[in-house]
Design a protein around this ligand. Structure first.
Ligand SMILES: NC(=O)c1ccc[n+]([C@@H]2O[C@H](COP(=O)([O-])OP(=O)(O)OC[C@H]3O[C@@H](n4cnc5c(N)ncnc54)[C@H](OP(=O)(O)O)[C@@H]3O)[C@@H](O)[C@H]2O)c1
Length: 281
């Protein structure tokens, strides 16, 4: 079977997704920004699942050059049965990517957009794309200036939420595009809930308090990753938001929420992102 790419495979949920996919007998390409960290995860997954087939690859989603190099370096005839856009960041302070975008937007949305569109020709019939969204989209706002890297407009949670909303809108548009083109591709989003991982560390005075009171109430990384893994293993389902119960065991597949489907900027952001990342159809 063709491998599944997992981005951010060195992270808390990424590594659990790799382990769960390996347990299900699926070969995985672990796409990691930091290869040393990725190698540690690769070894720990191999220790748990000795039969796992794991390839470790370098990929920085905050860099168009890195994304293009990743795709350009694919061996002749390489195909994938899935892509899990899991990597994400929540920058504490304003900074820009090497391409001049606000970094959270670059890593969480523009990078996955470019990667996914470049990889489409490498996905086999029946392949699955799963994008990791977040509850934060409930408070998110996008506007015509969302691509301008503006320090005044930046906010840690605000920019993170906007990037995840952009990713959700992309997921809806990609699913539509796949249907319009008659591609046998399943496109879904997964929301893990609130999960005890490094990304929820806010780098603020109240972190230590939250670590004591709040973190024990969160899902574990394995429970958080379960909804996305379930979606990756079920190519027959498309156009849904996947969630799981608190223990990461019972799964729900709901049609894409209307607040994404009918978002007024959905078509604009699809086209504008292609321009910003120099994606040629
Ligand atoms: N935890 C939650 O409550 C929660 C809720 C909703 C959604 N999510 C989403 O779930 C996904 C996984 O996050 P997590 O909670 O497992 O946190 P995590 O442990 O911090 O994992 C984040 C992963 O993204 C990678 N990453 C960051 N910047 C990158 C870049 N420029 N290029 C490539 N990879 C990069 C990290 O790589 P390094 O190891 O090199 O840093 C890490 O592997 C994220 O998309 C996050 O937004 C999390």
């Amino acid at each position: 079977m063709d491998p599944i790419i997992v981005t951010g495979a060195s992270g808390a949920m990424g590594s659990e997704a790799v382990k769960a996919l390996a347990k299900a007998g699926r070969p995985v390409w672990m796409a990691c920004r930091n290869l040393e960290k990725g190698e540690r995860v690769r070894r720990s997954v191999l220790a748990a699942v000795p039969s796992a087939s794991l390839e470790l690859k370098q990929l920085d989603l905050g860099s168009f050059a890195s994304i293009r190099a990743f795709v350009a370096g694919l061996p002749e005839g390489q195909r994938f049965s899935g892509l899990f856009n899991n990597a994400g960041t929540q920058c504490r302070r304003f900074s820009t990517s090497e391409d001049g975008l606000e970094r959270t937007l670059a890593v969480n949305y523009v990078g996955p957009y470019l990667l996914t569109r470049l990889l489409l020709p490498f996905l086999t019939e029946g392949a699955v794309v799963v994008n990791m969204v977040s509850l934060s989209t409930w408070v998110a706002k996008l506007d015509w200036h969302s691509f301008e890297a503006d320090e005044k407009a930046f906010g840690q949670v605000k920019s993170y939420a906007a990037s995840k909303l952009a990713l959700a809108l992309f997921t809806v548009s990609l699913e539509e595009e796949a249907r319009r083109k008659g591609l046998k591709l399943s496109v879904n989003m997964a929301d893990p809930g609130i999960v005890d991982t490094p990304i929820i560390h806010m780098d603020r005075w109240y972190d230590r308090l939250c670590d004591k009171i709040f973190r024990p109430l969160c899902k574990t990384p394995a429970q958080g990753a379960a909804a996305a893994v379930n979606a990756l293993l079920h190519p027959e389902v498309s156009g849904v938001l996947c969630t799981s119960g608190w223990k990461g065991k019972s799964f729900r597949h709901k049609p894409f929420p209307q607040r994404y489907v009918s978002h007024p900027l959905r078509t604009w952001i699809w086209d504008e992102t292609a321009t910003r990342c120099h994606f040629r159809r």
